[in-house]
Design a protein around this ligand. Sequence first.
Ligand code: SAM
Length: 326
Amino acid sequence: MIDNNNRVVNYLRLSVTDRCNLRCMYCMPEEGIDFIPHSEILSYEEMIHLVGLCTQKGIRKVRITGGEPLIRKGFIGFLEMLGGVQGLEDISLTTNGVLLKELAADIINCGISRINVSLDSLKPERFYRITGGDYFEQVCEGLEEAERVGFNPIKINVVAIKGVNDDEILDFARLTLAKPYHVRFIELMPIGNKNIWAADRFISTNEILDRIETIGPLQSIGHNTLDGPAERYSLEGAKGELGFIGALSNHFCDTCNRLRLTADGHLRGCLFSDQETDIKTPLRQGVSDGHLLNLIEHTILNKPKGHGLMQFVPRKCTRPMYTIGG
Ligand code: SAM
């Protein structure tokens, strides 16, 4: 479907849970979290029904996210159901990788071969400091297993934070020389755990690019349709590639094709805007599919024009990232 700003909206980010087995410093505080009551979280059957309706409004790609999707009970069964939704051309998954070693084979057997793994440090102690979880080795084993069973591509999402992990930018870049990973640097966004956000912790895509160019020239790689907003490059002789997501410095609002469905059944046109449509209440009231389709259409048409974060003045967004789905 085309929204009121002439953008094709064909990509749904689906959050299956707000729970997580990590507490990444920029995302979730260690304490005082108000998790959504289980009764308010959409059942898998409800999600499948809504995704099916979204495909009738032009959604062709789904990325499953959270919270941490792999911790929700029955997740593999859900993937099997999702694979049967007519009209979906691509399903992918974002995970922190903690449970990937044990689930990678099952996931790929459900027909999902594209995976993003969040990993902000290659140093075990620092991984622990950033995530609050002593799972560095487990995540590395998960990545190895993902490679072994044939995921392609395996993208590694790195949130670059000044004074926290920016001294590892070159190590992450060099990782692409040895491994077929797509390492993607994500700018820190002023959303989520407010205690961490500060402008002096922010590193722009350009600064990261400049630093990486000190170890070798970067070749630009063209976009393919499943790429999303990352600017892609590779180092000479690399097995993998590098991607840069400048959500703030080089925002992609003009071409944003995303719709989001939160774990508690709200549709959102923009990660950074509180404008959302409650679709769970009417769904549970038993309204017709026609009514639900109208709600989906309304949300797509009225997708916010831009996130307005360029001056570091966020639009109103009171929901934490883990309840929306990153
Ligand atoms: N648990 C999964 C994971 O770790 O990938 C999926 C959910 S997580 C919220 C999705 C992505 O959002 C991760 O790559 C994470 O690093 C990113 N993210 C969360 N808060 C962020 C922030 N304030 N700035 C930039 N990226 C953020």
